[in-house]
Ligand binder design. Structure first.
Ligand SMILES: NC(=O)c1ccc[n+]([C@@H]2O[C@H](COP(=O)([O-])OP(=O)(O)OC[C@H]3O[C@@H](n4cnc5c(N)ncnc54)[C@H](O)[C@@H]3O)[C@@H](O)[C@H]2O)c1
Length: 306
């Protein structure tokens, strides 16, 4: 195709994609049917993982739950069974350990079958200034929040590619799009998770496997306990999110093959501003939005349990 024709084609398609996107602001997208799909959720023993399990259960899926918290998983399994899951299987699996991921993944394939929806949700936060964070916790954060995604993809993506069918869901964070004072290792792990999921999504498109979808979720603080103590300066603009609301939005994004889900909606604007405004103005706005003191009163889960 010559330059002129190709340019016209790109211009016309660009206009159409924007019109289509505008229409979908008012007309909801068609939702896909996921009954019978095998959904694996890491970190399913509490928080968003548990709530997503309940949402997936209500759609007649087969659920595979992974966590290091056996009691939490049992409770999620009970709720999911009562909530309509066709089957629920749960496995103790420390996602930070590559060999354990591969071993338990093989067990899942033998006992349940191929996973068609993979939700990388397990996550941890150190909550310390970078120079105060012990090396071991920094390494653990990278292993759970990022490296685990590599190993679960390696384990479950081949079957999705072979069938040209599946969905990869990465529960990242708004801290994977914008750096935060006091969250250096967590931000690094979430930026990496976003870059990884986005890149593999493009790799799949490039090889024509467009039946394997990707959804990347970037929420602000959610009221699950993980970031207990943290405060938001302007709750109307940047509210601490309700976990049920987040889980429902994630399921909706999966059902409509939405690639990026940022929560709350103001995150779309803030992320765009970050990339286009002069640095000094960006810092000014960051201070205005309280981004410099978000972690000042962090307690998190560990300290809460003490
Ligand atoms: N809570 C928030 O404010 C917030 C905001 C943005 C993104 N997120 C992300 O959402 C995800 C879920 O967080 P949440 O708020 O539900 O927290 P949570 O602490 O309730 O859930 C995390 C789960 O991961 C499990 N887990 C931890 N280490 C693990 C490991 N090595 N192997 C397997 N499981 C492990 C925990 O046992 C727990 O059940 C995380 O990835 C988190 O980073 C949370």
């Amino acid at each position: 195709m010559n330059f002129f024709l190709e340019t016209i084609k790109v211009l016309l398609l660009s206009i159409w994609y924007n019109v289509e996107s505008f229409i979908h602001l008012f007309v909801p997208k068609k939702k896909k049917n996921i009954a019978g799909e095998v959904v694996l959720i890491t970190g399913a023993g509490s928080g968003i993982g548990r709530l997503m399990a309940q949402e997936f259960a209500a759609r007649g899926t087969v659920l595979v739950l992974w966590d290091i918290n056996q009691e939490g998983m049992k409770e999620t399994a009970r709720l999911a069974k009562n909530g309509g899951a066709s089957r629920v299987h749960y496995y103790l699996c420390d996602c930070s350990d590559k060999n354990e991921v591969y071993r338990v993944a093989d067990q899942v394939k033998r006992e349940v079958g191929d996973v068609s929806i993979l939700v990388n949700n397990a996550g941890i936060v150190t909550g310390k200034k970078f120079m105060d964070a012990p090396d071991s916790l920094i390494e653990k954060t990278m292993e759970v929040n990022t490296m685990a995604h590599f190993w679960t993809y390696k384990a479950f993506l081949p079957a999705m590619i072979a069938n040209n069918h599946g969905h990869l869901v990465s529960i990242a964070s708004s801290a994977g799009l914008i750096g935060v004072n006091g969250l250096a290792d967590y931000c690094a792990s979430k930026f990496a998770a976003v870059g990884f999921a986005e890149s593999v999504g493009l790799e799949l498109l490039a090889i024509g496997k467009d039946g394997v979808k990707t959804t990347i979720v970037c929420p602000y603080f959610i009221n699950t306990g993980m970031f207990d103590g943290c405060q938001t300066k302007w709750p109307r603009l940047m509210p601490i999110l309700d976990p049920d609301y987040v889980a429902k939005k994630i399921i909706n994004a999966v059902l409509t093959d939405q690639v990026y889900l940022l929560l709350p909606k103001s995150m779309y604007l803030i992320t765009a501003f970050k990339n286009i405004l002069p640095m000094k103005q960006g810092i000014l706005l960051g201070q205005y939005l309280g981004a410099f003191s978000l972690m000042d009163k962090f307690k998190g889960r560990a300290l809460k349990q003490e």
